[in-house]
Design a protein around this ligand. Structure first.
Ligand code: NAP
Ligand code: MG
Length: 402
């Protein structure tokens, strides 16, 4: 078979630990035998980030702006333990945070439905797509550890030099302090992307925040969504037979648990971080969750929603067998190939992406799966595979399809 050709390179962001191992297996067995792979490679592994003082992360995001489509492996966000483990020069910020700050945009996460693996929440009949605002808030905070008594103030100086000043707290002893920000332009592009994605996929859109407590900050999010809906989207939504619904975040959580699914749940940055793990775990495994960052600058970054699966990696290093689920990482690649194919008008590349996903799902549906899925499946004739066996099994299916 002749290999499928690409014209524009994908921005490839390699990562850490067990997912870095998966990355190589996927490329070796599922991609390179079939596609004349063109990528611009950025090594976001923690050692290389450290060598480059994290410049490689910035460079990879800028390459994404240039080429339009990136695929990213999970990466370590260093904490104190990681700084010691890897002897890092400093505690670098989350690569995803750095990339999202450059690309702006919204992360859409949806569970991958597999026949024979039912969600833990019995009422959920359809996938819930989570839209996470990927800019600002706590991910770009400024924090101070307060060592003793003193006054904390929030000060804003406008371009003309006028100050707005507010007392945050009069400390009588040690404590902690944090400031966050967001900008109307980013909130508006978040809202736009969500409304458009809802119309595109013909699903209702829910949005929630904590506007009863955070009257100005979260209130601004609520108002931007509502005003945009009323002025630009109401008629289109009514025509499409879908709805926009705003509520308090706690109310939304309660309603989501009782819902049938099949809608887009738009969340602020932190809510989206937390709730996407809840939705994906309830739908089965974190490894059955796709994730794509859609930027208002017209660029896309595909990744898995889970982390680097550290516990499995340590087993792997000791030479023990692992059974790590590669599905979300495979779907990151397939999503990126499909988008690249659409943008470059390469139907063969889109077709390959579809078949890669089909081969992956049919492997599971025929009873071959990784350990994490065993307790979730309703199937009876099951073969538990180790990491490599599972990928080889998918490769066999894919060969038959292409
Ligand atoms: P994790 O990698 O998401 O894994 C947590 C647990 O979930 C695993 O120990 C495993 O459970 C299960 N799991 C997750 N993905 C799996 C898969 N593909 N196959 C099978 N089981 C899977 O989170 P973590 O171990 O807490 O974090 C490790 C590192 O990932 C951290 O350094 C963190 O900074 C980073 N992280 C990166 C991203 C990203 O780059 N997008 C996101 C989150 C976290 P069992 O151990 O029970 O098998
Ligand atoms: Mg998270």
């Amino acid at each position: 078979m002749e290999k499928i050709k690409m014209t524009t390179p994908l921005v490839e962001m390699d990562g850490d630990e067990m997912t870095r191992i998966l990355w190589k297996y996927i490329k070796d067995d599922l991609i390179e035998p079939f596609v004349e792979l063109k990528t611009e490679y950025y090594d976001l592994g923690i050692e290389h980030r450290d060598e480059t003082d994290d410049q490689v992360t910035v460079d990879s995001a800028e390459a994404t702006l240039k080429y339009g489509v990136a695929v990213k492996c999970a990466t370590i966000t260093p904490n104190q333990k990681r700084v010691e483990e890897y002897n890092l020069k400093k505690m670098y910020k989350s690569p995803n945070g750095t990339i999202r700050a450059i690309l702006d945009g919204t992360v859409f996460r949806a569970p991958i439905s597999v026949k024979g693996i039912e969600p833990n929440v019995r009422t959920w009949k359809k996938p819930i797509t989570l839209a996470r605002h990927a800019y600002g808030d706590v991910y770009k905070n400024s924090e101070i550890r307060v060592e003793g008594a003193g006054k904390a103030e929030l000060v804003f100086t406008d371009a003309a030099g006028n100050e707005t000043r507010k007392t945050v707290f009069e400390f009588e002893g040690p404590g902690v302090l944090q400031a966050q920000y967001n900008v109307d332009a980013s909130i508006a592009s978040f809202a736009h992307t969500c409304f458009e994605y809802a119309l595109d996929t013909k699903q209702d859109l829910w949005f929630a925040s904590k506007d009863t407590i955070s009257k100005k900050y979260d209130g601004e999010f609520r108002d931007i969504f509502q005003n945009m809906y009323d002025s630009e989207y109401k008629t289109r939504f009514e025509k499409a037979g879908i709805t926009y619904f705003y509520t308090l975040i706690d109310d939304a959580v309660a309603r989501v648990m009782k819902s049938e699914g099949g809608f887009i749940w738009a969340c602020k940055n932190y809510d989206g971080d937390v709730m996407s793990d809840m939705v994906s775990s309830a739908c089965g495994s974190l490894a059955l969750m796709t994730s794509v960052l859609v930027s208002p600058k017209g660029v896309y970054e595909y990744e898995a929603a889970h982390g680097t699966v550290q516990r499995h990696y340590y087993k792997h290093l000791k030479g023990e067998e692992t059974s790590t689920n590669p599905v979300a990482t495979i779907f990151a690649w397939s999503g990126a190939f499909r988008k690249r194919g659409e943008l470059d008008q390469l139907p063969a590349l889109c077709d390959y992406a579809d078949k890669l996903e089909k081969a992956t799902l049919s492997t599971i549906e025929s009873g071959y799966m990784t350990k994490d899925l065993v307790n979730l499946t309703t199937m009876s004739d099951i073969h538990v595979c180790n990491t490599e066996e599972f990928i080889k099994k998918i490769a066999d299916n894919l060969k038959n399809m292409l």
